[in-house]
Design a protein around this ligand. Structure first.
Ligand code: ATP
Length: 361
């Protein structure tokens, strides 16, 4: 069992608090991605787990062992970095076996067997005699993965391992990483700033911002039930629209009132306290659509930009001083400057407290 548990972990660098007392539990065998904007503390969190940084406060546990003060070499982890960190003067074979040979724990036969197995899985078995300078970026990244694989660690730690590859290769390697994980089921913690990578690879996604964990959830739940405004706007492309509204109450009915719309709100516990105050109405671009004709459930908006994407038509619209985006049916006959009636899928609305950013729902 190698679950990884961070308890109240804090990391300060000369006055900069990179990680602000986080708690995180990564189950044995999981593929967990950590995502967030630049500087939010992702790499520091990973380096703390690797032992490359020491926590200022808190504890880190792997399986039933506390590893907080343990040296990196004595933690059973293998790390794959963004820049591969290969030795340029060594062949691929030597790069892959270097760690095993210097550890001295393996026989030559065992090393050969491991190399054969890992390089076959990664499809680099015919590159063993080349040096890193004679490889493409994708091949170099596979060698770095091979070096991690042969160590057969309890935990893989990956810091943006695909970010130096071009878009096409990144997608291919992403699929290969997913396949490798389903084969070996090694606990994997994977840092990225790319939400697509985080969502497609992780069975659980940790969203960080400003040194704190915002939410830990499955990719679909993060998208459907963001707990904060930050998560709502970070996950999804184009981002969730945020409209500034007043919450009005009429008996048991609630409405979000904006410059040119009154949108009925589904019932929820937090609505009563929000009534009479301002809130942020979160609407995903696919939850808005252009109505055939104006009626009681629609509201008017002006189209400002049209972007045909093939499978949908992305519209930028405006109502009052509020701007938002929506996916309309492809070939919808609208042009910038047109006024169109829009309808909202009210079951898929989100509402946030404008002060705290916490979701009301
Ligand atoms: P990126 O996606 O840009 O790599 P990140 O989310 O991985 O960002 P970290 O590298 O963990 O962010 O950095 C978090 C914060 O800690 C940043 O403000 C950074 O400047 C600071 N920081 C990281 N390492 C050090 C260090 N060795 N000394 C001082 N400050 C540091």
């Amino acid at each position: 069992m190698t679950d990884v548990t961070l308890q109240d972990v804090r990391k300060e660098f000369d006055g900069v608090v990179a990680v602000k007392n986080i708690d995180l539990q990564i189950p044995d065998g999981a593929f967990v991605t950590v995502v967030g904007p630049s500087g939010c503390g992702k790499s520091t969190t990973l380096r703390l787990i690797a032992g490359l940084e020491q926590a200022t406060e808190g504890t880190i546990q792997m399986g039933d062992q506390e590893v907080t003060g343990v040296e990196p070499k004595d933690r059973d982890v293998a790390m794959v970095f963004q820049n591969y960190a290969l030795y340029p003067h060594m062949t691929v074979r030597r790069n892959i076996t270097f760690g095993m040979k210097s550890a001295g724990d393996f026989s030559d036969e065992e090393i050969d067997r491991q190399v054969e197995e890992a390089t076959a899985v990664l499809d680099i078995d015919d590159l063993l005699d080349r040096k890193p300078g004679e490889l493409s970026g994708g091949e170099r990244q596979r060698v770095a993965l091979g070096r991690a694989l042969v160590r057969d660690p309890e935990v893989f730690l990956m810091d943006e391992p695909l970010s130096n590859l071009d878009a096409k290769l990144r997608i291919k390697m992403r699929a290969e990483l997913a396949k490798l994980h389903s084969e070996f089921e090694t606990t994997t913690i994977y840092v990225t700033h790319d939400q697509t990578e985080a969502m497609t690879l992780g069975d659980r996604v940790v969203v960080m911002n400003d040194g704190r964990i915002q939410q830990v959830d499955s990719p679909q739940r993060l998208y459907d039930y963001p707990e904060t405004r930050f998560v709502a706007e970070f996950i999804g492309d184009p981002a969730m629209n945020m409209l500034s509204v007043d919450i009005s109450r009429d008996g048991t009915e609630y409405e979000a009132v904006g410059p040119s719309f009154r949108i009925p709100l589904p019932e929820a516990d937090g609505l009563e306290t929000a009534a009479g105050a301002k809130a942020l109405l979160g609407v995903r671009p696919e939850s808005l659509s252009v109505a055939d004709s104006a009626d009681r459930s629609s509201f008017p908006a002006e189209v400002t930009v049209t972007e045909p994407l093939g499978d949908s038509l992305l519209l930028e619209c405006r109502t009052g001083d509020q701007e938002f985006k929506l996916h309309a049916e492809p070939r919808t006959a609208v042009e910038p400057g047109d006024r169109v009636p829009l309808t909202v899928e009210t079951e898929r609305l989100h509402l946030f407290d404008p002060q705290t950013g916490e979701a009301i729902y």
